[in-house]
Design a protein around this ligand. Structure first.
Ligand SMILES: *Cc1c(COP(=O)(O)O)cnc(C)c1O
Length: 396
């Protein structure tokens, strides 16, 4: 269903793709806030249910506003097909569940978003799927895990919250040799800065709740891949289990895609400035930003990313007490576990998003009591560094 992009460049695709005007010729994308559709005849309904004509039947299967969002995102990603889901987790779970059966094997990077970690560690094994975690940055660990046949690989790069990278091309090659499909959670990089399908991955998943909405309004997700894989595995699962996105959310998301490039480029430029500023502060023990040459995988970041994103991780001196004092002293930056918002947000991963991860595992991932994750928004960079300066001073 990917519409013709007419050879358009990215900025044009983000505004123009998927635009299907109604007979009223509205300028902006129409919002089709409806669950069902009317057939012109019983014969047309019969043909639709046989799959003989391509009409909308029911919004769980498809809706014109949702299609607009899906086509726009597919054009940006360079994917043959996209399906929008109610949340990012619905996208990730469906992408796994649609292709796995009892007796299958999944290899995943251990540096995953908490709920993704839960699916791999707790839900899939309950259904007879064997799962194994590897340290995402360690290619030898991937090699060892994928020396045994596998069905799916799940990874996130850069990872939450410490911004570790996985070599997507190298892992995809190993995974394919083991018989596995590679699913990449591309939330932190956004479709602007990393194209996993071009690097060899098979399926890309998003939480559209983050940069794609970008204004903290709607939950949403997306699964993108080849038409062959989507039609064989994803579509039957999606139509029958119902993780669909609501037309209203799709309308918000489609309009947000128009400004994605402007927002994410600005947020990332500001994030780079904030990261450099933080690195010069005596109370900051460590800064993690893939765009800085002191990031342990900076060379890989330059190889597989076109930009470095809006998230920065730092470790402040003084552990949890100091980190809490910094967070409680912020006046511009809000405390929130959300990210990718126009408003800058900060959180303490160790006691929030990663509270359930065992201490040794947290430390192994670099998450300490002093770690703070910063999602940089659209405020002026100087207002952010001034806010951080007064908060760091309050904590020292
Ligand atoms: C937020 C997030 C998710 C989950 O998405 P929801 O929209 O909250 O369901 C998955 N992966 C990453 C990396 C995320 O940041």
């Amino acid at each position: 269903m990917t519409s013709d992009t007419n050879g358009w460049r990215q900025a044009t695709r983000l505004v123009r793709t998927g635009l299907a005007r109604s007979p009223n010729n509205e300028t902006a994308e129409a919002l089709y806030l409806n669950s069902g559709f009317v057939f012109n005849s019983a014969a047309e309904a019969e043909a639709a249910f046989k799959g003989e004509n391509d009409v909308y039947m029911y919004s769980r299967y498809g809706n014109p506003t949702v299609t607009t969002f899906e086509e726009r995102l597919a054009a940006l990603e360079g994917a043959e097909m996209c399906r929008a889901t109610a949340t990012g987790m619905a996208a990730i779970f469906s992408a796994l569940a649609c292709q796995l059966k009892s007796g299958d094997r999944v290899v995943a990077a251990r540096e995953l978003f908490g709920a993704c970690h839960h699916i791999v560690a707790k839900i899939l094994p309950k259904w007879g799927v064997e799962t194994q975690f590897v340290k995402g940055t360690d290619l030898e660990a991937w090699k060892a895990a994928l020396s045994t046949p596998a069905n799916a690989v799940l990874l996130e790069s850069p990872s939450n919250p410490m911004l570790d990278l996985v070599d997507i091309a190298a892992v995809s090659e190993l995974a394919h040799a083991a018989g596995a499909k590679v699913i990449v959670d591309n939330v932190f990089a956004t479709p602007l800065f990393q194209s996993p399908l071009d690097l060899g991955a098979d399926i890309v998943v998003y939480s559209a709740t983050k940069h794609i909405d970008g204004h903290g309004r709607c939950l949403g997700g997306a699964v993108l891949g080849s038409a062959a894989w989507m039609n064989e595995h994803f579509i039957p699962f999606y139509r029958n289990t119902g993780p669909s996105m609501s037309p209203f959310n799709a309308w918000v998301m489609a309009k947000s895609l128009e400004t994605l490039e402007l927002r994410v480029e600005r947020m990332s430029a500001t994030a780079a400035k904030v990261a450099d500023w933080l690195a010069g502060q005596s109370q900051v023990l460590q800064v993690r930003y893939p765009g800085r040459s002191d990031h342990p995988q900076h060379d890989l970041a330059k190889r597989q990313m076109r930009g470095f994103g809006s998230l920065v991780a730092m470790e402040v001196a003084g552990g949890k007490t100091a980190a809490f004092k910094v967070l409680d002293s912020l006046k511009v930056i809000d405390l929130s576990n959300n990210l990718g918002d126009a408003k800058s947000l900060a959180c303490h991963p160790s006691t929030t998003t990663h509270a359930k991860v065992p201490v040794e595992e947290k430390l192994d991932c670099g998450i300490t009591d002093g770690s703070i994750r910063l999602s940089v928004g659209l405020e002026h960079p100087d207002d952010l560094t001034e806010d951080l300066a007064q908060a760091l001073a309050a904590a020292s």
